[in-house]
Ligand binder design. Structure first.
Ligand SMILES: Cc1cc2nc3c(=O)[nH]c(=O)nc-3n(C[C@H](O)[C@H](O)[C@H](O)COP(=O)(O)O)c2cc1C
Ligand SMILES: *[C@@H]1O[C@H](CO)[C@@H](O)[C@H](O)[C@H]1NC(C)=O
Ligand SMILES: CC(=O)N[C@H]1CO[C@H](CO)[C@@H](O)[C@@H]1O
Length: 513
C-alpha cells in the first residue's frame, strides 16, 4: 500500500508539474523504453536463433540435471518445443546473408526433387508426429517421424532409455511405443488442413489440392526443399515369421499415413535363415516390401510417396547385405536408410569409462553415439558398391543352378573389391568437392558418376544414420554414396543448434578445399 501511495503521490506531483517537466525525463523514459524493447528483441533473436550457444551449454545440461530419467527429459524437451512453436518462440535457423553469399550451396537432389540441404533428423525423436514443423525449423531438409505401428502399443516397461554422458551416447529399448497409425494420420491431416486453410481459405478441395502438389510444395513437408518421412513398423504381437501378418501390419500402417508423407520408411529386420540360397532367403523380405510399395502407390495422390527400407548395422554379413539389396531391387523399394542403433557392445567404448556407465552399458537395448561413425561409413560404402552393380541376374524363379552360382561369384568378387563408391544421383555436395579438386588438377567440369555395371532403371538412394555429429563426417558419408545424413543422438547432446553447426562446418570444409 505504501508503495502504491508513494507512486501515486509521485505521479501526482509530476502531472501537476507537467508543464515544467524537464525534457531529460522524457528522454530518459524514451531511452529506457527503447533499450528495454531492444533488450527484449535481442533476447528473442538470440534465444530463438539456433546458433545461440545457450541451447547447447545451458539447456541441454539443465534438462539432464533436472530430469535424471532420459525419457522424462525427452518428453519435457518435446513439450517445450511444441509450446514455444505454438507461440512463435521456438529456436529456428537464421542464416545470415553473408553466409549465404559465401556461395556454398548444400542442396542435393533426391528422388528428382531438390532438397535444400542433405541433413535429416532420424526416426524416434518425434514418434507421434507432434512437432515436425518445429524440427524443420532447426534446419534439416528431412524429418523422419515415427516409427508408428498399425495399432497403439505401449512399448517396454520403463526405464528404457539410458544416457552415457562421457560417451555422448544413449542406450534405448523403447520397444516402439506408439499411439498407432490412425492417431498419427489424424495429426498429420490436421496439419495439412491448417496449411490449406491459411493459403486457400475454406475452399472445399483445398486439402486435396495441397496433397496433389497444387501449392508447389511437397505434400508431406509442406515446405519447399524439404521432405517428411513417416516410418512404419509392425505391432509387437505380430509374429516375425508370419510373413503375411507382418506384411498386413506394414500395409495397414502405410495406408493410414502415406497420403501425408513424402517418403515411407519401413523398419523391418531382414529374415536371416542360414543355409538358404539367395532367392529363398530374399523372398520373405521382398514380399513384405512389395506390400508396402503397392500400398504407397495406391494412395490417392498425384505423386505417391517413395518407399525406403531402414536396415540395422548389426545385419552386416555379406549374405545379409546382399539379400537386402536384392529384395530392394525385386520389390521396387526406392532406397535404403543405412544404419541404426546397435545391440553389440564389442569394441564400442574404451575400457576407462566411469564405473556407473560401464554398468549402464550392460543394459539391454540399442546403443547410439559417435562411436558408431566408422561402422556407418563402412556400411554406406558397402551398400553403395552393391547397389551400383544393379539387380543381380538370379536365373529363373526357382533360383536354380549356374545362374545363382554366377550371382554368388559376382557378389563375392565385389565384396572384397576396394572400389571408389560413387553416388549415381546428382549429389551436389560431392560435385562441389569434385569440382574443387578437379580445379586444382586444372581439369574442367563436373566428373560424371560412372554408370552402374549393369543396366539399372532408377538409382537407389541411400540415407545414412549412426554416429554422425559434425560436418566433416557428414561430407565423408555423402561422398561415400549417401544422399542424406541423419542425426539423432548428436542432437540430444548438442542441442537445437546442432544442425546449423553441422551445415556451417560443411560449408567451411568445402570452401577450404
Ligand atoms: C531414443 C531413441 C529412439 C529411437 N527410435 C527409433 C525408431 O522408432 N525407429 C528407428 O528406425 N530408429 C530409431 N532410433 C534410431 C535413430 O533413428 C538413429 O538411427 C540411431 O540413433 C543412430 O543415429 P545417431 O547416432 O545419430 O543417434 C532411435 C534412437 C534413439 C536414441
Ligand atoms: C532401430 O533402432 C530403434 C531404436 O533403437 C529400434 O526400435 C528399431 O527396431 C531399429 N530398427 C532397425 C531396422 O533396426
Ligand atoms: C516393430 C519392428 O518391426 N521393429 C523391428 C525393427 O527392426 C529391428 C531390427 O532390424 C527389429 O529388431 C525390430 O523388431
Amino acid at each position: 500500500m505504501v508503495i502504491v501511495d508513494q507512486c501515486g503521490s509521485a505521479r501526482l506531483s509530476s502531472t501537476s508539474a507537467a508543464e515544467t517537466k524537464p525534457p531529460t525525463t522524457l528522454l530518459r523514459n524514451i531511452l529506457y523504453g527503447t533499450s528495454f524493447s531492444i533488450f527484449v528483441a535481442f533476447s528473442y533473436y538470440y534465444i530463438t536463433d539456433t546458433r545461440a550457444s545457450v541451447h547447447q551449454w545451458l539447456v541441454v545440461p539443465l534438462l539432464r540435471w533436472l530430469y535424471p530419467d532420459a525419457e522424462d527429459a525427452h518428453h519435457v524437451g518435446t513439450e517445450a518445443l511444441k509450446t514455444l512453436y505454438a507461440f512463435g518462440l521456438h529456436p529456428r535457423e537464421r542464416v545470415s546473408k553473408t553466409e549465404e553469399a559465401k556461395g556454398v550451396d548444400l542442396s542435393v537432389e533426391v528422388f528428382g526433387r531438390r532438397l535444400s540441404n542433405p541433413i535429416g533428423i532420424s526416426a524416434g525423436l518425434d514418434k507421434a508426429a507432434d512437432i515436425p514443423d518445429a524440427l524443420f525449423a532447426l534446419g534439416p531438409a528431412i524429418v523422419e517421424v515415427g516409427g508408428v505401428t498399425p495399432l497403439p502399443q505401449d512399448g517396454n516397461p520403463r526405464p528404457r532409455v539410458f544416457r552415457l554422458p562421457s560417451q555422448q551416447a544413449i542406450i534405448n529399448r523403447y520397444g516402439l511405443n506408439s499411439l498407432g497409425a490412425v492417431n498419427m494420420a489424424a495429426r498429420l491431416r490436421e496439419r495439412v488442413r491448417v496449411f490449406a486453410y491459411n493459403y486457400f481459405g475454406i475452399e472445399r478441395d483445398a486439402e486435396d489440392f495441397v496433397l496433389n502438389g497444387g501449392a508447389g510444395v511437397p505434400p508431406g513437408s509442406l515446405q519447399d526443399g524439404k521432405m517428411l518421412v513417416v516410418q512404419v513398423a509392425k505391432n509387437k504381437w505380430t509374429k516375425d515369421d508370419d510373413i503375411q501378418a507382418v506384411t498386413k501390419d506394414f500395409v495397414t500402417a502405410t495406408k493410414e499415413v502415406a497420403v501425408y508423407s513424402d517418403i515411407i520408411s519401413v523398419n523391418v529386420s531382414s529374415p536371416n535363415t542360414p543355409g538358404l540360397r539367395t532367392l529363398q532367403r530374399v523372398e520373405p523380405l521382398t514380399r513384405i516390401l512389395e506390400g508396402v510399395v503397392n500400398a504407397a502407390k495406391s494412395v490417392k495422390r498425384r505423386d505417391p510417396p517413395k518407399v525406403m527400407v531402414k536396415v540395422s548395422p548389426d545385419e552386416d554379413s555379406e549374405e545379409q547385405i546382399q539379400g537386402i539389396v536384392e529384395a530392394v531391387w525385386r520389390s521396387g523399394v526406392d532406397g535404403i536408410i543405412v544404419g541404426n542403433t546397435t545391440k553389440r557392445r564389442t569394441n564400442l567404448v574404451s575400457a576407462d569409462i566411469p564405473a556407473k556407465e560401464r554398468q549402464t552399458l550392460e543394459e539391454e537395448g540399442g546403443y547410439s553415439g559417435p562411436q558408431m561413425f566408422q561402422r556407418t561409413l563402412d556400411l554406406v560404402k558397402r551398400y553403395r558398391n552393391l547397389l551400383n552393380q544393379g539387380p543381380l541376374p538370379l536365373e529363373g524363379a526357382s533360383g536354380e543352378g549356374a545362374g545363382e552360382g554366377e550371382a554368388e561369384k559376382n557378389l563375392a568378387s565385389s565384396a572384397g573389391a576396394v572400389s571408389t563408391p560413387d553416388e549415381p544421383s546428382s549429389n551436389i555436395v560431392e560435385k562441389i568437392a569434385t569440382v574443387k579438386d578437379a580445379h586444382d588438377a586444372s581439369s574442367a567440369g563436373i566428373s560424371e558418376a560412372p554408370k552402374p555395371t549393369r543396366g539399372t532403371p532408377e538409382p537407389k538412394v541411400i540415407f545414412a544414420t549412426g554416429g554422425i555429429t559434425n560436418g566433416k563426417q557428414a561430407l565423408e558419408v555423402l561422398n561415400a554414396g549417401a544422399s542424406v545424413v541423419q542425426v539423432y543422438t548428436g542432437l540430444i547432446y548438442g542441442g537445437s543448434g546442432t544442425i546449423t553447426r553441422i551445415k556451417k562446418e560443411m560449408r567451411d570444409e568445402i570452401s577450404r578445399k
